[in-house]
Design a protein around this ligand. Structure first.
Ligand SMILES: [Zn+2]
Length: 304
């Protein structure tokens, strides 16, 4: 039995009301379940902002709530009122130009982890080094997050003759970092974990790419020759809770912010080999709030 099977049994996926005919309160509970127990910053300021209603974005004048998806700036909420997240690896999100900005959750990542997230609009994307960058995308060739680092190392080893210095230098740094980990006895110098940078722990991974678009467009982007050779990584927990689930789309299609969240949760446990205690839960800060607003609206309308 694969770990995927276990994972899905442990975390029943969201059910679409068209596929489940049991009691409606059960459906509601099921739909909420994957978002329960998260360590989130307070939503009080979002509630206040929602009561004030939409405001004009100071930059573009668009009518917005919480943030402007065009300008990538906060609207009606200040930076101190939202959590700031530090990710252990930089991420790029590639957006399809036809994707409606207002529906995309990619902007959540950029606003909550501004120093670690870059959004590109397809076809303007960087050239990636396939030994250092992975693409989160399901498929027959995709590997798990757990196997990702070893797969990248295998690629590096098989092509090491192509490099004159970079990988060797970095490998040395990596070994030094491990040495520090095992020998850090000085109580004044912090814990061993603090002495080892996330970068050195997950060498050679430097960047993770996500695609933000509808299902068909995603397939088109993923087969772009600049992304085709990247190692593809599949997430274990893949069932979406997205309230805007698209008709005819498999329910393994995650909202972009969900995919980013599940990736880093897996990453923390399997690559950093640390206990996950909610470090990246706030990636879902806006998502959970909007999810609860939509659920409440459905309940009051008697649809759920
Ligand atoms: Zn704007």
């Amino acid at each position: 039995m694969s770990s995927l099977d276990q994972e899905q049994r442990l975390h029943p996926p969201c059910r679409d009301k068209t596929t489940v005919s049991s009691d409606s309160s059960d459906i509601h509970e099921l739909a909420k379940q994957p978002l329960q127990g998260l360590k989130l910053a307070s939503h009080v300021e979002l509630e206040k902002a929602q009561q004030r209603g939409r405001l004009k974005c100071a930059k573009c004048g668009g009518s917005r709530m919480f943030f402007c998806y065009t300008c990538c700036s906060l609207v009606g909420v200040s930076i101190e009122e939202i959590p700031l997240i530090k990710l252990p690896v930089k991420i790029d999100i590639i957006k399809h130009p036809n994707e409606t900005d207002g529906k995309s959750t990619a902007i959540h990542a950029k606003i909550l982890a501004p120093n670690d997230v870059t959004i590109y609009t397809y076809p303007c994307i960087p050239e990636y080094e396939k030994e250092k960058v992975v693409l989160v995308f399901p498929g027959p060739q995709a590997v798990t997050v757990q196997d990702m680092i070893q797969c990248l190392l295998d690629r590096t080893d098989s092509r090491s003759h192509d490099f004159s210095d970079g990988p060797c230098l970095k490998r040395l740094k990596n070994e030094e970092a491990h040495y520090t980990t095992h020998s850090a006895e000085d109580p004044g110098s912090g814990t061993p974990d603090e002495a080892t940078s996330p970068e050195s722990r997950v060498y050679p991974l430097q960047r993770v790419v996500f695609i933000d678009s509808t299902w068909n467009q995603t397939n088109k982007i993923s087969t772009d020759e600049r992304l085709q050779d990247l190692l593809k990584v599949e997430l274990k927990m893949r069932k979406t809770c997205f309230w805007r689930r698209q008709k005819g789309k498999p329910d393994s299609y995650l909202a972009t912010i969900e995919a980013i969240y599940y990736f880093f949760k897996d990453f923390h446990e399997n690559c950093l080999a640390q206990e996950y205690t909610g470090q990246y839960d706030n990636l879902l800060f806006f998502y959970t709030y909007l999810h609860s607003v939509v659920n409440k609206a459905k309940i009051s309308a008697g649809k759920c």
